[in-house]
Design a protein around this ligand. Sequence first.
Ligand SMILES: [Zn+2]
Ligand SMILES: [Zn+2]
Length: 535
Amino acid sequence: MVCGGDHDDDDIHDGCSGDNLQVLTRGNTDQPFKPLLQAIQSGDYEQFEAAAQKYGNEALCFRDEWGYTPAHWAALYGNAEALKYLVARGVTVDTSCYGIQGSKPVHWAARKGHTAAVQVLLQAGVDANVADFKGLTPLMTASMFGQTSTASFLLGMGAQHHLTDINGDSALHWASYKGYADLVKLLVYSGADLTKVDNFGSTPLHLAALSGNAMCVKTLCQNAEVSLQPKDKNGKTPLSLAVNHRYKEIAGVLNSEIKKRKKVIMPGGLIQTALNAMFGRSIYSKGPLLLFLCSFLMWWYPLYVYKVIPATWNLTRGCHYTYMAWNVFMWICWITTKHSDPGYLPINSGRYIRIIRQLPTFTCDMRTKKDILARLCHTCRCVRPPRVKHCRMCNRCVKEFDHHCHFVSNCIGIGNRSWYFCFVISLTMNCSYVIYMVSCTLNVEGFNILYVLALLQAIAFGILSLAVTVTICSSVLLNLTRNELINYKKYAYLKNEEDKFHNPFSRGIVLNVLEFFGCTRTKVEKNEDEFFCCD
Ligand SMILES: [Zn+2]
Ligand SMILES: [Zn+2]
């Protein structure tokens, strides 16, 4: 869609507003159609059945001058029983209406958030990704009208979030444009492409800036891969659009996010940059892994074998033996961390499928419903217990997700965190040995730029690994993951009734340490079922 310009969601024929039954029958001289539509609208099944039996299949398959069928109206009013009746009578429930939109009943049901009607239509064989003449799928339609639970249901039933309409807009573009923060979150969680550009050069962030909803903008900005100052085909950035539309709060959010990212490349933010490189803010990057391997295998080890050993073997023989032993240990830990399962949650779980199927008939309050929706991962098709986070790099949900480490190119979670801890400790030890041995070599052989470079590199790696060791030690002692330590404000389970920080997982230092090394079961594993209110 063109930023600040027209949008065409209201092109759907006026009749679709469904508030005025007269629109339905306007121009219809065919009287049998009218009682049937009245019965559909009233939701009175007996009245509908009586009208259907009286007027027969001719009325059930009737199409008015706009091509609307009884199935369209049943979908619009969320009359799932009438739809079931139509399906049972073999009536086609997948007909496009006439005109430029060509909506099918499933689009109307999605638009109004009638999940039960959508379910009947999908069960009748309607494709969850069926497009109308403008390329809009039911998921896009639900996103356009803020129907979060219907969108969630559609995602669970196989709706694809990467599809786009004829203007190149995806469901995320629409949810952002309309300012539905919950939907934006749902689509972001589901792995929607945050950087997709539509035919007008607009990203979801451009459209969120136009929505007037600062929460949508914040949600998108929190993701490192979202560029904050992309230009659309008119050369406009999200910030310039927000300023033009006088959305001060959004402009403020964008300005502070831009500043935050700039800080990272300023001298004061060097440590942050180094930590980001260590923990991998640069998404999808293999750079840190290559840097780590090359600096050991292609640079330091040859220098050690050909220069340092001959110069210092007799002086520090014991030190060399210990260093080699630490090296063997470090590589064992590195390989095990890299190749072990960090604690991936099984995909396609039966519980997820059961919840998705029950969604249309959930009777619990909105808050509980939202809570349940937030627990669903539509990418892994699983239900996430607390402390589980979906890793965007691995594209899997990880139990007690700590972070995705680019130096080992794997997630760090409950399954491999103890190996990772040993790896970081051994790396710190190795760096201190290298500093000592290179200093000795410099003493014996005099100044050589190669030794100075090796020394600087060992100091840099040493500081980083020491910082990581300290971070891990604090998370071991507190029984919180690094992700929880950083994002504690985001997690409801880390807050008490007064909305202040509260750590329900700490069981005392000894038990916390034992739990970290897998010697005792975690509290969440024990009480997992408490966290689910439906099954
Ligand atoms: Zn997941
Ligand atoms: Zn990962």
